[in-house]
Design a protein around this ligand. Structure first.
Ligand code: IPD
Ligand code: CA
Ligand code: CA
Length: 255
């Protein structure tokens, strides 16, 4: 399954790289002004799903643009273009993310960034890799020395879960905070030690499935905002190198 995920992510990534800056249609999703979808998101998803179906016709698919298809104990969770807003502006920060879940557990995950030709892969219990080389989370031990990353939901104007206050809080407590616009890349970068921690609210399973496994397999920790059990089907994600997790949980406790 990992090999099929890699094949699909690379093919789709190639398409994204070819088409960036050349898109014809940008639509707003569900009438939401900020949540965009292009013909390339759909094309990329079609390509990925075709490759998966060729190898595993009976497996279930959960993909951002088509929703859920089929019923099986093995589910492919797909974001065909993570970073659509960047993509529509020609900003080369976007990727493909594919995770495989079996009976509630993520078995393997792939994130492919075609701009840097970086392929992040992980299999449960077998470690995390960047272009075939083993990766590890950072060794930073304090929030004040941490480079963090976050993102904001499309309905940020409503400030869900105090997203703005939490951002300000981390700006005061960490070394610096970045905002890349691709949750999957954020997680991949925590896994390889470029960032020490990441938090975000209101993400979807396809934004997090592969990335959460990558962080864990790279020796990091993924939880909800109170340090409890993480689920890709819930609203909060806090991922870090583990060493700064408790400080991040404290910083997130705003209410
Ligand atoms: C978005 C990106 C972004 C995050 C948004 C996501 P999309 O995914 O991951 O970083 O802040 O909440 O929806 O729409 O580009 O696939
Ligand atoms: Ca996404
Ligand atoms: Ca997407």
């Amino acid at each position: 399954m990992l090999n099929v995920a890699i094949e699909a992510a690379k093919e789709a990534g190639k398409l994204l790289k070819q088409r960036v800056g050349k898109i014809k249609t940008i639509e707003q999703k569900e009438g939401h002004e900020r949540n965009l979808v292009t013909e390339v998101d759909k094309k990329s998803e079609e390509l990925i799903v075709q490759i998966i179906k060729k190898h595993f016709p009976s497996h279930e698919i959960l993909a951002e643009e088509r929703g859920s298809q089929g019923k099986s104990k093995t589910k492919w969770i797909i974001d065909p273009l993570d970073g659509t807003t960047n993509f529509t502006h020609g900003l080369p920060v976007f990727c493909v993310s594919i995770g495989v879940e079996q009976e509630g557990e993520i078995l393997c995950g792939v994130i492919y960034d075609p701009n840097f030709d970086e392929l992040f892969t992980a299999e449960k219990g077998k470690g995390a890799f960047l272009n075939g080389r083993r990766i590890h989370v950072s060794a930073t031990t304090s929030l004040m020395k941490s480079l963090l990353v976050t993102g904001f939901p499309y309905n940020i104007a409503e400030n869900p879960n105090h997203a703005v206050e939490r951002f300000v809080n981390f700006l005061m407590k960490a070394q610096a905070v970045r905002r890349m616009g691709s949750a999957a890349i954020d997680l991949a970068y925590v896994a390889c030690g470029r960032y020490d921690g990441f938090w975000e609210v209101s993400l979807n399973p396809w934004d997090m499935a592969a990335g959460a496994l990558l962080v864990e397999e790279a020796g990091g920790v993924v939880s909800n905002f109170t340090g409890g059990k993480f689920s890709i089907y819930e609203k909060e994600i806090l991922a870090s190198n583990g060493a700064v997790q408790d400080e991040m949980v404290k910083a997130l406790a705003i209410d």
